[in-house]
Design a binder for this molecule. Structure first.
Ligand code: KIV
Ligand code: ZN
Length: 447
């Protein structure tokens, strides 16, 4: 098979691992609303919850399983009968149910948390998966804290659960401890050593404690993982999980290095991110990759100038490809004349070079004081600098007229701006007529 067609399954755990993070709990209706958005987004698996954890979790998994028909719906269970039975009960109405069984395998967890031996762990994993398999054909197994587990023991546990019927082996970096090269090696070791591994799907589940969840996930894909577990906005326990939108766009933008497909409809990413933030009340970090409000915003003059000439200069993906309405040119003290001129045009004013210079100087002084220059500031500045009646060449009815009830009519008759002026708005003599607007003007000066 050509690598061009390799498909990576996207397992979304926003409603389970994500919901476990502080401040991110959701009620029943909110979970259903988000589940519909995940369906529209095209995820392959929705982990809808941990049914034994609470009545609310059980009901949410049950409701999602009943109405969301396309993706697989997974329910989490510890490696014991009551959990597996409860998960299966919640998944009864699912078109495509999956039971996700987990058991810690690292010595730290066995000794201090579970207080069992390695042999007991091995037996418990095997029995739990066999029981889950007796009720549900699709069984995923996760050796919790896999990245701090002795690799030989890990492979023995994985051998046992594959033999017991697991169809997906998910390798969690539960505490966000691993690094990309090491995690890639671990996936490669599992592919080499585990018996029957070629019949099952290998999956990666990375936490972000060292800020490497997405990088580790990408390393796992490169090493042969074919399912990624992730959450919208990267929410999840502690520092969160790998962010779905970042993994998907890394594959899309760097197809040269990651020639894989997903079923994700990129244009729904921003909506999913916004919806989650609106539901939980947890804002998206402004500089968050892909879906943060600054991800496609440009303030520096050189950048604005470049993006206006060709977005490829400073944008590696289009805002539209992830569902962001448009890139935003933010007017601040770093902005250049090119962006200022465009915004003035959008507001209905077109200035010649000299007038723009004049406005630009005032604009920079203002931006130094107030950080972000909004449209109403700009309109005021234009009004102050050039009395409207004799001012700019309006392109259309300026917004100021509509927005400000008592604003003076911008003009009666179109007149080119400015009339031959010898002093600027500060009553200082103007320099000799400027050169024609040079293509590199913002590049050279607008910083
Ligand atoms: O991080 C983890 O180990 C988990 C497992 C339940 C898969 O979330
Ligand atoms: Zn997790």
């Amino acid at each position: 098979m050509s690598t061009d067609q390799v498909r990576i399954a996207v397992f979304d755990t926003t409603l389970r691992d994500g919901e476990q993070s502080p401040g991110c709990s959701m009620n029943h209706q909110e979970k259903l609303r988000l589940a519909h958005q995940l369906d529209r987004l095209g995820v392959d698996v929705i982990e809808a919850g941990f049914p034994i954890a609470s009545e609310g979790d059980f009901e949410a998994v049950k409701a999602i399983a009943a109405v969301i028909r396309r993706p697989i719906i997974a329910g989490l269970a510890r490696a014991c009968r009551p959990d597996i039975e409860r998960a299966w009960e919640a998944l009864q109405d699912a078109a495509r149910p999956r039971i996700h069984v987990f058991l810690a395998t690292s010595d730290i967890h066995l000794q201090y948390k579970l207080r069992i031996t390695r042999d007991q762990c091995l037996a418990q994993a095997r029995e739990a998966v066999a029981f889950a398999k007796s009720v549900c054909a699709d069984v995923e197994f996760s050796p919790e804290d896999a990245t701090r587990t002795d690799p030989d023991f890990l492979c023995r546990v994985l051998d046992a659960v594959v033999a017991a019927g697991a169809t997906t082996l998910n390798i969690p970096d539960t505490v966000g401890f691993t690094i990309p090269s090491e995690f890639g090696d671990l996936i490669a070791t599992i592919r080499r050593q585990v018996k029957g591994v070629e019949k099952v799907t290998l999956s990666a589940h990375c936490h972000n404690d060292l800020g490497m969840a997405v990088a580790n996930t990408m390393a796992a894909i490169a090493a042969g993982a074919r399912q990624v577990e992730c959450t919208i906005n990267g929410i999840g326990e502690r520092a969160g999980n790998a962010a779905l939108e970042e993994i998907v766009m890394a594959m899309r933008v760097r197809r040269d290095r990651y020639p894989y497909e997903t079923g994700i409809a990129g244009e729904h990413l921003f909506r999913a991110s916004q919806m989650l933030s609106e539901i939980t009340g947890v804002p998206v970090q402004p500089n968050k990759a892909v879906t943060g409000r600054n991800a496609f915003a440009h303030e520096a003059g050189i950048h604005q100038d470049g993006v206006l000439k060709n977005p490829l200069t400073y944008e590696i993906m289009t805002p539209q490809s992830v569902g962001v309405p448009d890139s935003r040119l933010v007017l601040g003290k770093h902005s250049g004349r090119h962006a200022l001129a465009i915004r003035c045009e959008q507001l209905g004013y077109q200035f010649d070079r000299r007038a723009l210079d004049d406005i630009y100087r005032r604009f920079v002084r203002l931006a130094d004081k107030i950080k972000h220059v909004e449209d109403h500031h700009l309109l005021e500045l234009i009004r102050e600098t050039h009395k409207p009646a004799a001012s700019a060449t309006p392109l259309f009815e300026p917004i100021s007229a509509a927005a400000t009830a008592n604003a003076a009519s911008p003009r009666e008759e179109p007149r080119p701006f400015p009339p031959a002026q010898t002093t600027n708005a500060f009553a200082l003599p103007l320099p000799a007529p400027a050169d024609p607007h040079h293509d590199q003007e913002d590049y050279l000066w607008g910083v």
